[in-house]
Ligand binder design. Structure first.
Ligand code: HEM
Length: 411
């Protein structure tokens, strides 16, 4: 029995280091909880989060398109103008859309993101992991987050898109700008918008010229495939490709970095599990699935109720914000017995780590590939891997939960 008095249930940021006791309390006592601090309902049980993922007719993913009006900005004031330039990058990427727009764009995107294309990329991923490890091997120590987990996924995506070295800073900057916008909207707000709007204008101009080039000189890369993807005569527009390219980096970067970074930390804290992987690397794919559940790199997602809904006796009015606490759902004892234990031999049960339903992660195969290659190479090439320094600190990002750094020693 957990004591409520010692728990912080409302302020997500106060529990960044260890949100799990609060999750357990909410799951048991208030599975559908009104959070007055963030003006949202939170869901913590697996079945409830899974149900919302499955029901896009009642629960919308469009949480951004009306933001300018919601924040009280009109198109005639300057802040409203900047907001109008920023919002499309959040509202018109796949994750922020509902059918039919979502269905159309996803069908075209799925034509480019084929399992065969991803698997063919395995040798490139292996090369990138080896290069990052080589850079630190002789030193006998590294920051596993800054030196490996963080640079790997962004290099993989930018290589997949075949973005020249000179253009990479534009895309990195605009992907980070999404993060900055979301993180600061409640605090600094309009102050940073002119700069962020400038970042999005730069990436748009850069990518439009690259798209035009790929349309005339097609390559084998993902950007060419998006530029040429067609379904019944329908194609992605230039603006859609710019937003999608930017979002691929955003969606595939910190998420995968967090799985590798926090996943390595959890393996190091469970040496008997790490030893099993060393003895039998064929267990690595199962370990990645268990780490996905245990870590929940995408820790929280938002939906908006399109009608009044009653869940577990709680009435959620139409147009409410609903936060799906994926990290809590993935540790629901009703679904995963002994959920707080990391167990790479756990019988397979679908976690919600990649979501579910129409928005199920389109990068799942790529994320699995990158994490499997990373863990296999870390275990093979870094003997006696050990934690050094103090308890690592989590970044103040509640949706994408990851470590600031993870100093390790080896050899
Ligand atoms: C461990 C790494 C990853 C995790 C945990 C993860 C998790 C998720 C989750 C939970 C969703 C569902 C969002 C929702 O329902 O609102 C999602 C969607 C998405 N992910 Fe991932 N993701 C990862 C890696 C990637 C990668 C590598 C890419 C691409 C390069 C990617 C691209 C996307 C896209 C485009 C969507 C939106 C799909 C849609 O709305 O139809 N993700 N991801």
């Amino acid at each position: 029995m957990i004591e409520e008095t010692s728990l912080e249930l409302d302020n997500f940021f106060a529990t960044m280091q260890n949100p799990y006791p609060a999750y357990a309390y909410l799951r048991e006592h208030y599975p559908v909880y009104w959070n007055p601090m963030f003006n949202c309902f939170t869901l913590t049980r697996y079945d409830d989060v899974n149900m919302v993922f499955s029901d896009h007719k009642r629960f919308s993913s469009d949480v951004w398109s009306r933001a300018p009006e919601m924040f009280g900005f009109g198109s005639d004031d300057s802040s409203g103008q900047y907001l109008k330039q920023i919002i499309p990058f959040l509202a018109y990427n796949l994750q922020g859309m509902d059918p039919p727009g979502h269905t159309r764009q996803r069908t075209l995107m799925m034509k480019t993101f084929t399992p065969r294309m991803i698997e063919a990329f395995r040798p490139t991923v292996q090369k990138l992991v080896d290069e990052l490890i080589d850079q630190r091997l002789a030193e006998g120590s590294m920051d596993l987050v800054a030196d490996l987990a963080y640079p790997l996924p962004s290099n993989v995506i930018l290589d997949l898109l075949s973005i020249p070295r000179s253009g990479r800073p534009y895309i990195r900057a605009s992907s980070e700008a999404i993060n900055e916008f979301v993180a600061t909207i409640l605090f600094t707000g309009p102050q940073v918008w002119p700069r962020l709007a400038g970042v999005f204008a730069d990436v748009t101009a850069y990518l439009k010229s690259l798209i035009a080039e790929r349309r005339t000189h097609p390559g084998e890369d993902l950007l060419t495939k998006m530029a040429l993807a067609e379904e019944n005569g329908d194609m992605l527009s230039e603006d859609e490709i710019v937003i999608a390219t930017n979002f691929l980096l955003f969606a595939g970067h910190e998420t995968t970095a967090n799985l590798i970074g926090v996943g390595s930390y959890n393996l190091l804290q469970n040496p008997e599990q790490l030893a099993q992987l060393r003895d039998d690397p064929t267990k690595i794919p199962a370990a990645v699935e268990e780490l996905l559940r245990y870590v929940s790199p995408v820790h929280m997602l938002a939906r908006r109720s399109l009608q009044e809904v009653t869940m577990r006796g709680v009435t959620i009015p139409q147009d409410s914000s609903i936060y799906l606490l994926v990290g809590a759902a993935n540790r629901d004892p009703e679904k995963f017995p002994d959920p707080e234990r990391l167990d790479i031999n756990r019988p397979a049960a679908r976690s919600l780590g990649f979501g579910y339903g129409i928005h199920f992660c389109i990068g799942a195969a790529l994320a699995r590939l990158e994490s499997q290659v990373a863990f296999e190479t870390i275990i093979r090439r870094l003997p006696d891997l050990r934690l050094v320094g103090d308890t690592p600190v989590f970044r103040p990002n509640y949706s994408l939960r990851g470590l600031v750094s993870l100093p390790v020693g080896f050899g």
